[in-house]
Design a protein around this ligand. Structure first.
Ligand code: HEM
Length: 223
């Protein structure tokens, strides 16, 4: 791989990774558990709370015209979401630098012909091992891993953008507009994709560690 990957990750990337990992995993858990306040379209008085993904449905009655009360879970989700958006903005700025392991070209190798070839070669040569739960050492090629990291960042950005639109556009006093419904559905779809990517990421880390590749040392904030 390139010199940048050989050096592992620069300190700011390592610190950011720990904070982002903690915030994102917490956020996904809160997102699954919280109740989302929403005014229902048809019954005039009844208010339904719909939660994304594993919908937690509860019925609440409220005074017509008064805003639906936001739950603590929903408020924490909003604040943490905006925090993650800020953290991702820092990651995007770091991606413009040549700090070791930071550049966007490393996260999106499939944008380049050479990267796509490397990706295809890696999949061809490593597929047999993956089927047996064996992962190649990073020095034998890590374009696939880099691509997964890139998709995690892209998925996170998608969540942050749709989440920010929802933060400003979500109504607690009236049914949602069609546009806001569409953004909310996209936000939920991205949750599924991000959870699958993170599950693959964490499983890969565990397998690498068990095979003695010590990749955690490359991203540990304290090293
Ligand atoms: C228990 C949770 C996690 C562990 C143990 C873990 C571990 C790691 C390790 C060891 C690497 C370095 C891989 C390499 O050698 O190249 C890495 C990179 C990375 N991880 Fe995680 N990770 C976790 C959770 C997350 C989460 C929740 C995210 C979502 C933001 C994430 C996003 C990334 C990204 C984007 C990279 C590449 C570094 C960068 O470009 O910023 N990880 N992770």
């Amino acid at each position: 791989m390139t010199d940048q990957t050989d050096q592992g990750y620069a300190k700011p990337i390592r610190i950011l990774h720990s904070i982002l990992a903690l915030c994102m995993l917490t956020q996904l858990a809160i997102g699954e558990l919280m109740d989302v306040p929403e005014v229902e379209d048809h019954p005039a008085v009844a208010v339904q709370w719909i939660a994304p993904a594993m919908a937690h449905e509860a019925h609440q009655h409220t005074v017509p015209g008064m805003p639906v009360e936001e739950t603590l879970g929903f408020e924490v989700h909003e604040i943490l979401g905006l925090t993650i958006a800020g953290l991702l903005l820092i990651r995007i700025m770091l991606a413009m630098t040549s700090l070791p392991g930071a550049n966007w070209r490393l996260l999106l190798p499939w944008l380049f012909a050479a990267g796509r070839k490397q990706l295809a070669d890696e999949i061809k040569t490593q597929m047999a091992g993956w089927k047996q739960g064996k992962l190649a050492a990073p020095e034998d090629g890590e374009t696939v891993a880099r691509s997964v990291h890139g998709f995690i960042v892209l998925g996170g950005i998608g969540m942050a953008v749709t989440g920010t639109v929802l933060f400003f556009g979500w109504s607690t006093t009236a049914p949602q507009t069609d546009l806001i419904e569409l953004v909310a559905e996209t936000h939920e779809l991205l949750v599924g994709a991000l959870e699958a990517l993170l599950a693959a990421h964490i499983l890969a880390v565990i397998l690498h560690q068990r095979q003695g590749h010590n990749i955690v040392d490359r991203i540990k904030p304290t090293a």
